[in-house]
Design a protein around this ligand. Structure first.
Ligand code: ATP
Ligand code: MG
Length: 363
């Protein structure tokens, strides 16, 4: 069987710094576990613009379509702020998402016990929390037509349209049900079927896909406003949540911050199944290029490392190895190791990006 293939696009700012730690872990898998990844590396974002005059070349795009998974660091930085919109670093990432048609955005909210004090919620509400929000990423109110600012009579009117087709709802709900089968077999779907037609259709289609293809998964429905309330009241009642683009935007940020620092949060964006049965996939930390700390060895590599763990689980069928990486992260945190972003106002002595990576490997 061919080796699993991975395209690394480290990008800008702290991207290359946090990615260096992932590369060490990939090396560890080769020497200690006998798992060799076919890794190729390329440019995306500002560094690609510097080299080629575009934030993503056609060749890189083609490569991304071929590999089992893409792992991305971060793009952008103040150096590129004045660039024309068409060549901005972020456009490289948007092109990847669009051309790979990555319609399911997975954002886990996972609370490591050692960091439970970081949450704004009570410790027992978040300790051990491990939920996954699946956000529809390519449709809904962000894309629906008509949209724009028009003149009506003697005033302006701003219009956006929430629009979902049956097939768009069905495919993202399949992503959620597939995930649930790899986790705790439980999905909660959120919409506003009480006030929105798209919500009514959403609820129907999710239920139909469930009854037809995933009757073994436990499915519930909740209005998104009630969902927001329940997420802060008792988040551990959920496992997988599936929702549309707009509600997912809000709910995934909310859920993410139940657990602490931006430097801890991984994500995956999945598309249609490829010939090997696994979805097209791009994994990346939630955080950006963090220009304020770039080049100083201060960045927390855990978000990027956990993104790689997600790749192991969802693209490479290496769930046990994903857990191995996550447990190592848990251990170093329990041992008290902290990068600067994980220190409270009382301070302490933070470890560097590479010291954190080394400790995770040792663990
Ligand atoms: P973008 O527009 O690229 O999303 P942003 O300004 O919204 O960028 P980040 O670049 O993620 O957000 O940075 C926000 C803050 O969080 C910064 O102060 C940054 O230093 C900090 N930060 C982000 N990622 C990390 C990390 N991995 N480790 C430590 N601090 C981080
Ligand atoms: Mg941002």
């Amino acid at each position: 069987m061919a080796n699993p293939s991975l395209l690394i696009l480290a990008g800008d700012g702290i991207g290359p710094e946090v990615m260096a730690e992932v590369k060490k872990i990939i090396g560890w898998f080769g020497t200690r576990r006998g798992v060799t990844f076919d890794v190729s590396e390329d440019l995306v974002g500002g560094c690609a613009y510097d080299a080629h005059g575009t934030p993503l070349t056609d060749a890189t795009m083609a490569k991304a379509q071929e590999v089992d998974a893409v792992l991305l660091g971060a793009v952008g930085g103040p150096k590129y702020d004045s660039l024309d919109f068409s060549v901005k670093p972020e456009r490289g990432l948007l092109r990847l998402r669009k051309e790979m048609d990555l319609y399911a955005n997975l954002r886990p909210a996972q609370c490591f016990d050692a960091l439970a004090d970081f949450s704004s919620l009570k410790k027992d509400v978040v300790a051990g929390l491990d939920i996954m929000i699946v956000r529809e990423l390519t449709s809904g109110v962000y894309f629906g037509e008509p949209r724009g600012i028009f003149t009506e009579g003697n005033e302006r009117v701003g219009i956006n349209t929430q629009r979902y087709t049956e097939s768009e709802i069905a495919r993202v709900s399949r992503s959620a049900f597939e995930l649930a089968r790899k986790r705790n077999n439980k999905v909660c779907s959120m919409e506003k079927a009480n006030v929105m037609e798209s919500g009514v259709l959403w609820r129907q289609v999710v239920q139909e896909v469930h009854d037809r293809e995933y009757p073994d998964v436990e499915l519930s429905h909740m209005y998104a406003d009630a969902g927001a309330m329940q997420l802060t009241r008792w988040p551990k009642q959920f496992d997988v949540i599936v929702t549309d683009n707009l509600f997912g935007d809000l709910l995934s940020d909310l859920a993410a911050m139940l657990t602490g620092s931006l430097g801890m949060l991984p994500s995956a964006s999945l598309g249609a199944p490829m010939a090997n049965g696994r979805p097209k996939a791009l994994y990346e930390p939630v955080h950006g290029s963090a220009p304020d700390i770039a080049g100083q060895g201060k960045a927390n590599p855990i978000a990027c490392i956990l993104s790689f763990a997600m790749a192991l689980r969802y693209s490479f069928d290496m769930g046990e190895d994903a857990t191995r990486v996550e447990k190592a992260v848990e251990k170093v945190l329990a041992d008290g190791l902290r990068t600067a972003d994980l220190m409270g106002p009382e301070g302490g002595s933070p470890v560097s990006t590479s010291a954190m990576g080394d400790a995770i490997i040792a663990a």
